[in-house]
Design a protein around this ligand. Structure first.
Ligand code: GLV
Length: 323
């Protein structure tokens, strides 16, 4: 059988090698094979893809499954010609959950300890000690309580942070005050001294973190975006960082004290984006939880075997729900 493989990352060759190792009887085809004379499209029964151009999947008549090479499926689901009835899976890899939990833990601690403030003080050789609070006195709100959110909660709980969580539907996670729905969103924002965004991008989450949401957060709070750039309205974030609030912990900050952003609507982030230049924003180039070929290949191979044996695949996306 054949599998369409579309991976625009710089380590695509390593991905292909890992997949060929775990699916030795399959032929891997790329987009250029589809447009050239690279075999019969009817032989392709699976697609492993990331940021595949829209419309390509609809040209494959015998697909049994479509697997995202990453945890997010928003790019896939935005294809208006998505073949109906073909299951789509997200990549759920324990390694990625750990990486995300490490990134979130490190970033929460960075802001909790005010290391961002020392970065700015250091730029002007300013020796000034600032007080911090106990982790138990700091409320971290996790927006999005999927598998990544749960793993982050576990790590943050071990450090003693007070945890609030918000999700679309009701969840229960030990040690987390779980909220849901619109009322729950307001309550979570009001508590969020550090808001960690782990939400999928859907029609409901696009632009969710806007001026009203930032205003509802406590003065001197922080935003960490590990979901998708479109969830945050950048102009509103910058305004909330710039507009001073006499109650904020650090007198030079605005209503929000800082942000760490790992995801952007357009990547790479344009050199002239005001986000780069803002002293209270730290940018990382979408690395919080990179997919890794070595651990993903056996997971993807197992999905193919399940589909070909007529068994249900794991981690199938709810297409109507958008994630
Ligand atoms: C990264 O953003 C992913 O969806 O895996």
């Amino acid at each position: 059988m054949a599998i369409l493989f579309h991976c625009p990352w710089d380590n695509a060759a390593a991905w292909l090698a890992a997949l060929e190792h775990d699916l030795p009887h399959d032929e891997f085809r790329t987009l250029s094979d589809l447009t050239g004379s690279g075999g019969d499209v009817a032989e392709i029964d699976f697609a492993f893809v990331w940021k595949l151009p829209h419309g390509v999947l609809a040209t494959l008549p015998n697909l049994k499954g479509i697997a995202s090479l990453g945890a997010g499926v928003d790019a896939l689901l935005s294809d208006p010609d998505l073949p109906a009835g073909v299951p789509i899976t997200r990549l759920v890899d324990p390694l990625m959950k750990d990486r995300m939990a490490e990134y979130v833990t490190a970033t929460v601690l960075h802001h909790h300890l005010g290391l961002d403030v020392y970065d700015r003080q250091g730029a002007t050789q300013q020796w000034q000690r600032n007080r911090t609070t106990d982790a138990s006195d700091r409320t971290v709100a996790l927006f999005g309580l999927g598998q990544m959110g749960e793993r982050c909660a576990k790590r943050l709980r071990a450090l003693g942070f007070d945890l609030v969580g918000w999700s679309r539907s009701a969840k229960e996670i030990s040690g987390v005050h779980c909220l849901h729905g619109p009322d729950g969103f307001e309550e979570a924002l009001a508590a969020a001294e550090i808001a960690v965004l782990l939400l999928p991008l859907t029609a409901d989450t696009e632009g969710l973190m806007n001026a009203a949401a930032f205003a509802a957060m406590p003065p001197g709070s922080y935003v960490i975006n590990c979901s998708r750039g479109e969830v945050v309205v950048n102009e509103d974030l910058i305004a909330a960082l710039d507009n001073g609030d006499p109650n904020s912990r650090h007198p030079n900050d605005g209503h929000l004290a800082g942000a760490t952003l790992d995801a952007f609507a357009v990547e790479p982030l344009a050199p002239d984006s005001p986000l780069w230049a803002h002293p209270n924003i730290r940018i990382t180039p979408h690395i919080a939880a990179l997919s890794a070929a070595a651990t993903a290949a056996p997971i993807l191979a197992a999905q193919v075997h399940r589909a070909r044996n007529g068994e249900p695949m794991h981690d199938v996306v709810d297409v109507a729900g958008g994630y």
